[in-house]
Design a protein around this ligand. Structure first.
Ligand code: DX5
Ligand code: ZN
Length: 213
């Protein structure tokens, strides 16, 4: 199984002190910085787009993991690749042409990843598993940080891990110190953590605790 990585989501960071927040997770041992892109259409919330992502990329030594929760993702993948994204995750539910957009992302020099909502079966992405570098399994309904992990999503991770033992599997939503080991046991190896890092006194210390789990 591939090695474990913590990918803090800056969605719940303090945007007026973003440079400090990013330095904290760098020092805390994060392996990726997770950027949640929301358009108020695919999900009921709006976050930020390629311009702020590009600035975050410049402000950080960590590779960017851009999670696109947007309708018409084909309109924006070029921009996110240009902004310097290492991974670009596409929600399987957001496009009619999943295979095309994943191949486009690779053409642009980024790593394609596919994400599925809690209610979306593994079966829906079976035929693109060899096309992607990572699968992101949503463990909450996307749109907001600070929600509780939906337990059946761990069963989906388990199913996916048995299908492809060497796959990078990222879990996103409601990951806490109290359940990260369950997620690891289920087969996840990349862990998005938002509020459980940024809503604590010391994001650096907390990030380090997650890394040491
Ligand atoms: C939800 C986002 C997640 C989320 C993670 O739509 O994709 O990345 O913000 O935050 P926590 O860890 O607070 O659930
Ligand atoms: Zn996310």
């Amino acid at each position: 199984k591939p090695s474990a990585i913590i990918a803090p989501s800056v969605l719940n960071a303090n945007f007026l002190r973003l440079q400090d927040e990013i330095s904290a997770i760098e020092k805390g041992g994060a392996g990726l910085v997770h950027l949640d892109i929301m358009d108020g259409h695919f999900v009921p919330n709006i976050s930020f787009g390629p311009d702020i992502s590009k600035q975050i990329g410049k402000a950080s030594s960590l590779p960017m993991d851009c999670h696109l929760m947007i309708s018409n993702p084909e309109m924006f993948v070029d921009e996110f690749a240009k902004a310097g994204a290492r991974y670009i995750s596409i929600q399987a539910e957001s496009t009619h042409h999943l295979d095309r957009i994943l191949n486009r992302i690779r053409e642009l020099g980024a790593k394609p990843a596919v994400s599925i909502n809690p209610a979306t079966p593994i079966e829906n992405i079976k035929w693109v598993l060899d096309t992607v570098d990572m699968v992101l399994v949503m463990s909450v309904n996307p749109g907001f940080g600070g929600q509780s992990l939906i337990p059946y999503c761990l069963d989906k991770i388990h199913e996916l891990r048995s299908l492809k033992p060497e796959l990078d599997i990222e879990i996103d939503g409601g990951v806490k110190l109290s359940n990260i080991l369950d997620a690891k046991k289920a087969g996840a190896n990349i862990f998005v953590v938002g509020s459980a890092i940024f809503k604590t006194e010391s994001p650096e210390e907390t990030c380090r605790e997650f890394v040491n789990q």
